[in-house]
Design a protein around this ligand. Structure first.
Ligand code: ZN
Length: 303
């Protein structure tokens, strides 16, 4: 009896492998804070002799957004995330009265419209109104829906007002340049506005998630970033370099290829005016939709 008990105790006390603590989420349940907080609890590896129990936090569930497009669930699903929203306006251009959160929503809607025209791709928006979502909720929604691709739309302020054009960001622990590092620092702060300081958690998440799945996801994200430039460069201008890397929390889904698309700079008057026009957004949407169609066409033939 004692032997049996000891064996059972040893089984309990030996730390479980990291992967088993972050199970894939079923797509039918709403997101709760406990889902999003789970990886953070592993910032310190469980010590021998301590039993770690996940306790769900009391937090309101977030309803899943509607999925539009073909009803066939085998069709690929893109989740488009309009950056910022609600009490977080993002960057703004005071002279023109243009705010990033309004541009991102209008651009996200334009991309959705363009994708729905194909009749082959399903689309969901993380927000379709002026509401605030924390960063984990944004990619969490994509994971819950089983998205094949996640695109977070932004139109930030640049350090130099003359800076113009689009940039695609993918995830890396090491920022590709100072500007990318500044963007990550600024964007990752969005959660603090909601009273949730996740700066610690992001480090934990980044160290845990660098496993094989994450590497494959990052590779796929990088391929998409290059494809986006190739397919969209005839529709709108890009900055140089057009692809940068940064440790952005919103891109940290371990299993959904994800990019952050800076459509342009709200701090640049020409960019801001252009993005605020219907035609500007149509060009953005056409370029992004062409890249998404190509991405899925490649995936379907296994390339
Ligand atoms: Zn932004």
């Amino acid at each position: 009896m004692l032997m049996v008990l000891s064996a059972a105790l040893i089984a309990l006390l030996v730390p479980a492998p990291v992967q088993s603590l972050v199970p894939p989420q079923p797509i039918t349940q709403p997101i709760t804070q406990s889902d999003m907080g789970a990886p953070a609890r592993m910032s310190k590896p469980p010590t021998r002799g301590r039993i770690v129990v996940r306790i769900p936090d009391a937090a309101p569930s977030i309803a899943l957004p509607p999925v539009e497009g073909p009803r066939d669930p085998r069709r690929p699903l893109v989740v488009i995330d309009a950056g910022h929203g609600g009490h977080d306006p993002g960057a703004h251009n005071p002279a023109l009265g243009i705010r990033e959160k309004d541009l991102t929503l209008a651009i996200a809607r334009a991309i959705r419209e363009e994708l729905l025209k194909t009749g082959r791709i399903r689309v969901a928006l993380t927000r379709d109104d002026d509401r605030f979502l924390v960063l984990q909720e944004r990619y969490g929604l994509a994971r819950k829906l089983g998205a094949s691709l996640f695109i977070s739309i932004h139109a930030d302020a640049a350090e130099h007002p003359g800076a113009r054009g689009a940039t695609v960001y993918t995830l890396s622990d090491v920022a590709s340049d100072r500007e990318a590092a500044r963007l990550a620092a600024r964007e990752n702060r969005a959660d603090i506005l909601n009273g949730v300081d996740l700066s610690d958690k992001s480090n934990a998440v980044s160290s845990i998630l660098i496993d094989l799945t994450q590497r494959e996801t990052m590779e796929s994200s990088t391929k998409f970033a290059e494809l986006l430039h190739r397919e969209a460069v005839s529709h709108f201008r890009f900055r140089n370099p057009h692809h940068r890397f940064a440790s952005l929390i919103v891109l940290k889904s371990p299993d959904t290829p994800s990019v952050l698309f800076e459509a342009g700079y709200v701090s640049n008057d020409e960019d801001a005016r252009w993005m605020a026009t219907k035609d500007g957004r149509l060009q953005l949407a056409k370029g992004v939709a062409a890249a998404i169609s190509m991405h899925f066409a490649r995936a379907s033939v296994g390339r």
